[in-house]
Design a protein around this ligand. Structure first.
Ligand code: UDP
Length: 476
């Protein structure tokens, strides 16, 4: 009898740093904590790979035992000509890549025990089914969104007209109601392609052998209980949900610009700096960026602003380029802003080492678009937030953070509805950085941080959840 070989797991994220980062972190965890072999499959197109993605996946810090393999590039540029940024282009890319390349690539790997995908790669269920390989889903959003997604086929069957026109919040059984204005962009217009793609993928979720949730019980107790107590959540067989979070980026190789940011932070006082960053894709309109700059200046607080060329047409201006083109912020920030705020503020072009910034003792607040990864990174480092939701499900996350978790302050004007003026920005920044509200949410953020550490530690709930699945893979 030969030596039993360690399970070999293939991990397949859809494009975008918000998917690649947490799935890559899971890959690292499986290799370093559980000694599994992992192949990380990357969907590629004819477009150049964003620098931030290369920096993460190609660095020397990738442990041995973890192999990064590019699927052959697909050219979807003609199909996507004129299609606005959003879920549709991402799904078209994935569809073409997986239909053509997933089967041969998996057959070329040596004995794959299981495949872990994110929500938008569900073509893998059929392809892996034919190869008798079980497929697990890693849900990169909140578990509240997961519950909503599992409920969507029922809601779709039972609702006439648009969900956003419903007179009451959407009540997912056992979960907190979702305000109709917080519903994610993809479900706002049911005839849209965005809806069709989202619906297609969520309606296949039940086929997963298990769903990894990027959360832990103290962050989303109500939703996790609802999913646990309803093994047949809403009359459909629901796969077991394994809360293994927070799964967030830990180490990152630093560029020269990153090092400058961290050196600047070293010189600031504890909890004194507000970090302003809108995920990998977020951009503001010219008018909003001007108001934000003046608001920061008026607040007289220290800040790091990750600046991107404004875009009046979409809030997802840099989604596929992860940070985007490095234009000179002097050209689009208010005249004299960089000079006037010198010493107090630091303007960084397009991309900052977010995790290292949030971990730094000088960072005391985070004005964030509330993407789920940013949310988890902030909570894990006990940093209170100011919510600035822009697209996708970020409004839902913002409400969850401000109203349920109590770790964030919301501006009184909602950024996705209208331009938030400089006085309101000044107010909310001061409230979080030096006001009573800030003290309360900072305390709560630190409590949640501690609970996250306990969950991840040996014997903690998230650590055990992952270990149980790994054990099942090893017995396979
Ligand atoms: N990120 C970063 N530097 C930046 C902007 C973003 O490292 O300047 C990382 C951030 O730490 C997070 C990810 O990019 O891990 C963004 O994911 P999130 O889910 O917050 O938002 P998305 O980009 O998917 O909208």
């Amino acid at each position: 009898v030969g030596q039993p070989t360690e399970p070999h797991i293939a991990i397949l994220p859809s494009p975008g740093m918000g998917h690649i980062i947490p799935l890559f972190q899971l890959a690292k965890r499986l290799v370093t904590h559980h000694r599994l072999r992992v192949t990380f499959l990357v969907i590629t197109t004819a477009d150049p790979v964003p620098a931030a993605q290369n920096n993460l996946l190609r660095s020397d810090a990738v442990p041995s035992g973890l192999r990064v393999v590019d699927l052959p590039p697909v050219d979807v540029s003609e199909l996507l000509a004129g299609v606005p940024p959003g879920l549709t282009p991402l799904c078209v890319m994935v569809e073409h890549s997986l239909r053509r390349h997933l089967r041969p690539v998996l057959l070329g790997l040596d004995g794959v025990t299981a495949v872990v995908i994110d929500l938008f790669c569900t073509q893998a269920f059929e392809i892996c089914g034919e190869l008798s390989i079980p497929v697990y889903s890693f849900f990169t959003g909140s578990t509240a969104l997961l519950a909503f997604s599992l409920y969507l086929p029922t809601l779709d069957r039972e609702t006439e007209g648009e969900f956003v026109d419903l007179p009451e919040p959407v009540q997912v059984p056992g979960c907190r109601p979702v305000r109709t204005e917080d519903l994610l962009d993809q479900v706002r217009v049911r005839k849209s392609d965005e809806y069709k793609w989202f619906f297609l993928h969520v309606s296949r979720l039940y086929k997963a052998a298990g769903i990894f949730a990027n959360t832990w019980k103290d962050l989303e107790p109500v939703t996790l209980l609802a999913l646990k107590e309803n093994p047949f959540f809403l009359n459909i067989p629901t796969p077991p949900v394994h809360p293994i979070g927070p799964v967030v980026k830990e180490e990152e190789p630093y560029t020269e610009s990153d090092k400058e940011v961290l050196t600047w932070l070293d010189k600031q006082k504890p909890d004194s700096v507000l970090f302003v960053a809108l995920g990998s894709g977020g951009t503001l309109s010219s008018k909003q960026l001007t108001e934000l700059a003046f608001g920061l200046e008026l607040s007289q607080q220290c800040f790091i602003l990750v600046a991107r060329t404004p875009n009046d047409a979409t809030a997802m201006g840099t989604f596929y380029s992860a940070g985007g083109i490095e234009d000179d912020p002097i050209a689009y920030l208010p005249e004299g802003f960089v000079k006037r705020t010198e010493g107090v503020g630091l303007v960084v072009k397009s991309w900052a080492p977010q995790v290292a910034v949030l971990r730094h003792a000088s960072t005391g607040g985070f004005l964030s678009h509330c993407g789920w990864n940013s949310t988890l990174e902030s909570v894990l480092h006990g940093v209170p937030m100011i919510t600035w939701p822009l697209y996708a499900e970020q409004r839902m996350n913002a409400t969850q953070l401000a109203v349920e978790a109590g770790v964030a302050a919301k501006p009184t004007v909602e950024p996705w509805r209208e331009v938030v003026g400089r006085e309101e920005i000044e107010r909310v920044v001061r409230a979080v950085m030096e006001g009573e509200e800030g003290k309360v949410i900072r305390r709560r953020a630190k409590e949640l941080r501690d609970s996250a550490r306990v969950a991840l530690d040996s014997g903690g709930s998230s650590c055990d959840s992952l270990a149980r699945v790994v054990k099942a893979w090893k017995l396979n």
